[in-house]
Design a binder for this molecule. Structure first.
Ligand SMILES: Nc1ncnc2c1ncn2[C@@H]1O[C@H](COP(=O)(O)OP(=O)(O)OP(=O)(O)O)[C@@H](O)[C@H]1O
Ligand SMILES: O=c1ccn([C@@H]2O[C@H](COP(=O)(O)O)[C@@H](O)[C@H]2O)c(=O)[nH]1
Ligand SMILES: [Mg+2]
Length: 237
């Protein structure tokens, strides 16, 4: 997987060049203003200041290693890493009007409304001088994906998907020790359920679009199969 991802990222350099003068220039847009309230109008189309940005979505279940691999990609290839989860946690710690709602949503393993998350991501893109972005843990759902594509008028160039056995994901999250409110077995069960129900359709979408680069963790005899995993009978809310 790593070799494939590497090749993908290397080829992003040429894509960076060919995107000059591309479709972006034809879109009606207005500049995103850093620090503005997290509201969008119905027909807003907003795009990052770099019209030639290379956007890579990084997907995978909870604890699959997205953040870990992003750090390595940043070191090697100089991408700007934007973790949607980290941006939401940062927003909770600020005096945001959405703080309580975001915290409750994370605690329940549910998904924060698209308008909020997309705006946080675009705010960071606007503040960065980088042209290459790794957007980690987003889009979480088809609704997220459609909102991002509508608001930016753009699709990602690449999508990396880190596949990992559920038993391994649970083990990693429970031993992460970063003090996250959602790193407990009850919330993990919900996050896995939400991942399967809402995130995998996004993975399928990008696979059909030919944008998906999938990495597989070898399946060993101890893997918990999907039908046996903890929380399988819980309802997704
Ligand atoms: N290949 C690996 N082998 C063993 N442990 C790993 C591996 N990759 C990451 N980890 C560890 O697993 C934990 C989860 O990794 P990481 O935070 O990168 O996952 P994530 O996909 O970003 O999770 P989340 O969606 O919950 O943010 C961390 O403690 C990390 O050090
Ligand atoms: O686009 C997103 C990303 C994250 N969330 C919420 O945050 C937690 C934690 O996300 P991590 O990527 O695991 O750090 C996630 O379970 C969601 O509740 C979100 O709503 N939208
Ligand atoms: Mg992470």
């Amino acid at each position: 997987m790593w070799k494939r991802a590497t090749a993908t990222l290397k080829s992003s350099l040429s894509l960076h060049i060919t995107k000059e003068g591309s479709k972006y220039n034809t879109f009606h847009c207005h500049r995103f203003i850093s620090g503005s309230p997290l509201h969008f109008q119905e027909n807003d189309v907003i795009y990052p200041k770099h019209v030639d940005s290379v956007i890579t979505f990084v997907l995978g279940g909870p604890g699959s290693g997205k953040g870990t691999q992003c750090a390595r990609i940043v070191e090697t290839y100089g991408f700007k890493h934007l973790s949607a989860g980290d941006l939401l946690r940062k927003e909770v710690l600020s005096a945001s009007e959405y703080g309580t709602m975001i915290l409750d949503t994370i605690r329940e393993g549910r998904i924060v409304p698209s308008a909020v998350t997309v705006k946080l991501i675009l705010r960071e893109m606007e503040c960065s001088d980088n042209h290459k972005f790794l957007i980690d843990g987003f889009p979480r759902s088809e609704e997220n994906r459609i909102a991002f594509e509508r608001i930016t008028g753009s699709e990602p160039d690449f999508v990396l998907f880190f596949d990992c056995p559920e038993e391994e994901m649970v083990k990693r999250v429970l031993s992460r020790n970063q003090g996250r409110i959602d790193d407990n077995i009850e919330t993990i069960k919900k996050r896995l359920k939400v991942f399967e129900a809402l995130n995998l359709p996004v993975v399928d979408h990008y696979e059909k679009r030919g944008k998906l680069h999938r990495g597989c963790t070898p399946v060993g005899p101890g893997q918990i199969r999907s039908e046996n995993r903890p929380g399988k009978d819980d309802n997704v809310k």
